[in-house]
Design a protein around this ligand. Structure first.
Ligand SMILES: [Cu+2]
Length: 142
């Protein structure tokens, strides 16, 4: 057997994508929405246990949502307005809260209705690294 034919299966099997360095996701949840809702909101606490600033630059939920945006709710002249954000930055040792009334994940166009208790896989990207987690659909914060 030629060395190259030995190497190929190894290359394919090896190297799972690295996780976002130091990222710990806690208290994740997606707010329950009425059937037919075109958008849902996801919340969590993102802690950086690593030594350098974490930059989450994309969030995906393939098979569950068409796309996911990072939003921030801002209060301007007494009115709440949602503004898209490109990234979430978490300094070392810090915890960033995604919570109602502030930063949140805007989960666009659910592929199907998600019942209370459903576990939705989400992928957070930090450059080349990815962290996969599950957000339960819930009526209130855990
Ligand atoms: Cu939003």
């Amino acid at each position: 057997m030629k060395p190259t034919s030995l190497l190929l299966p190894l290359l394919l099997a090896c190297c799972p994508t690295e996780a976002c360095e130091g990222l710990v996701i806690e208290r994740a949840w997606i707010r329950e929405a009425p059937p037919g809702a075109r958008v849902m909101a996801g919340y969590a606490e993102l802690r950086n246990d690593g030594a350098s600033t974490l930059v989450v630059d994309a969030v995906e939920s393939s098979g569950y949502f068409d796309h996911v945006m990072i939003h921030e709710t801002l209060l301007e002249e007494g009115r709440a307005r949602m503004v898209p954000r490109d990234t979430l930055e978490i300094p070392p040792g810090a915890t960033l809260s995604l919570a109602p009334g502030g930063l949140h994940l805007m989960l666009m166009q659910p592929v199907s209705d998600l019942a209370l208790g459903a576990e939705v896989p989400l992928t957070l990207r930090c450059g080349e690294a990815v962290t996969e987690t599950r957000f339960p659909v819930s009526a209130a914060a855990p």
